[in-house]
Design a protein around this ligand. Sequence first.
Ligand code: PA5
Length: 463
Amino acid sequence: MKSVTLDYANMLSPNLGGGGVEPADLEGTWAETFRNAFEDVDARIESGEMGFFHLPDAREAASAVQELADGFGQWFENLVVLGIGGSALGTTTLRDSLLGPHWNELDDEARDHYPRLFVLDNVDPRSVSALLGRLDLGRTLFNVVSKSGSTAETMSQYMVVEGRLHELLGEEPTRGHFLFTTDPERGILRQIADEEGVPSLEVPGNVGGRFSVLSAVGLLPAAVAGIDITEVLEGARAMGQRCRTPVLKDNPAGLLATLLHHSDTVQGAPIHVLMPYSDRLRSFAAWFQQLWGESLGKAKTRDGREVNVGPTPLPAVGATDQHSLLQLLMEGPRDKVVVFLGVGPGDDSVEIPAIRQEFSALSYLGGHSLHELLDTERRSTMEALRQQGRPNLSLEVEDLTPRAMGELFMLFETATVFAAALYGIDPLDQPGVELSKKLTYGLLGREGYERPDLGTGSNDWRV
Ligand code: PA5
C-alpha cells in the first residue's frame, strides 16, 4: 500500500515549453548518474554509516520507547522537550501534523487525557519565561534531547529548568522530572543519567540530529502524546523499501533528489520551495528546511575539493503564500522550483453554504468544501507556474496519518542523502557551524577557548 505519490510532469521540458528535464535524459544520462549515486549511498547504508535508514527496523528500541511513554503519560500533565535543531524540529512536526497545531489548547477530555506537548527550541528568555510561568512544573516531565549532550542552548534550558525545580521542590532530587535522550556512551547528559539514575533513551551513534526523528528523539514525545509510533515506523519502512532501487523512474526519493539537483546545477534554480497545502504541515516545511540546508550546504566534496555548493530551501504554505510569494514565483527570477504537497480531505469536511447567491463573485463558492477550494488552488497554481515555464512538482498524500508522516520523513531523508551523493558532498556533517560556536564559547568564558576579537566594534559604521 502506498499513500505518498510524486507527480513530476511539470519538471519535464515538453510540458514547460523547454527549459526543464528532457524525458529521454531521465532514462539515459540521469538514470546512469543516479545509479552511481544510489550505489554510493547504498554502500554507506550497508556499512552502517547512515543509521537513519535502519530506524524503522529497530523494533526493540521502539518497544522500549512505548513502554517508557506509557508509564510517563499517566503521571504528567505536560511534556516539554528541551532541544534545538534536529533534536526539536521532528517532534514539532509530529505533533502539528498528527495532533494539530492547537493540541495544547484542547482540554483534557479532547486530548483523551494525553499530556500537552511543548517543544522549547530556543533560548529566547521571553519564550522560556512565558512557558515555564504558565505550566505546573510539579506535573511536568522534561525530555532533554541532545545527541552530543553539550549543546549550549539545550544545556542552558536544562539548567534553567533544574534551577526552577529546585526552587519548587527544595533539596529533593529532580530526577523524576527528567528524561534524557542522548548518545549511548558519550556526553554530559549520559554521564548525569548514569551517575544520578535519570531515566534515559539512546540516539544511536550513527544517527545525526536532523535524521533522528524516527529514533527515540521524535518517537518518545510522540508516543507520550498518544501518536501510534508503530504506524509511523511502518510508513517509513514501506517508503524505505520503495527507495531501495537503483532504477531512477521507480525511486521516488531518487527522482526528488535528481530533479531538484538538476534544477540547481543545470537550470540555475537553486531555491527549493516546499509548499504544503495544509496548516498542519507548516512545521514539516521547517523540518525540511533544516534537513536540506544543513545537509547539502557544503564547502568541500567528500574527497576534499573546494566547491561551496548547496540549494536554498524555502518553507511556504498554501494557500496563504499565494498571497505572499506567488507573485515572485510567477514573475521573479527563474531561480526557484516549487515542491507542492497536497493532502486529501480527511474527516474534517467544511462545506461552504450556498448563501449570498445574489453575488456572482460569491455564488460559485457555495456548495463546494473548503478542501475542494484549497486543493483546486494548489492544482491551479501548479498549472499557472507551468504555463509560465516555471518548474514544479507535486507530492500527494491521501490523509495525514501516522503512516503517511513516516513515509514523508523517510522520503525526504533518503532524497537528501541521494542529493548529497549527486553533489559529491557528505550530508552527515556540519563543519560550518563550529566557528560561531567557538566564538560564543570564547565570549562566554568557557575554559580552553580564547576570547575573540569580533573584528567590528568601531562606532564609525553604526548609526
Ligand atoms: O542536525 C543536526 O545535527 C543539528 O541540527 C543538531 O540536531 C543540533 O545542533 C542539536 O544538536 P544536539 O542534539 O547534539 O544537541
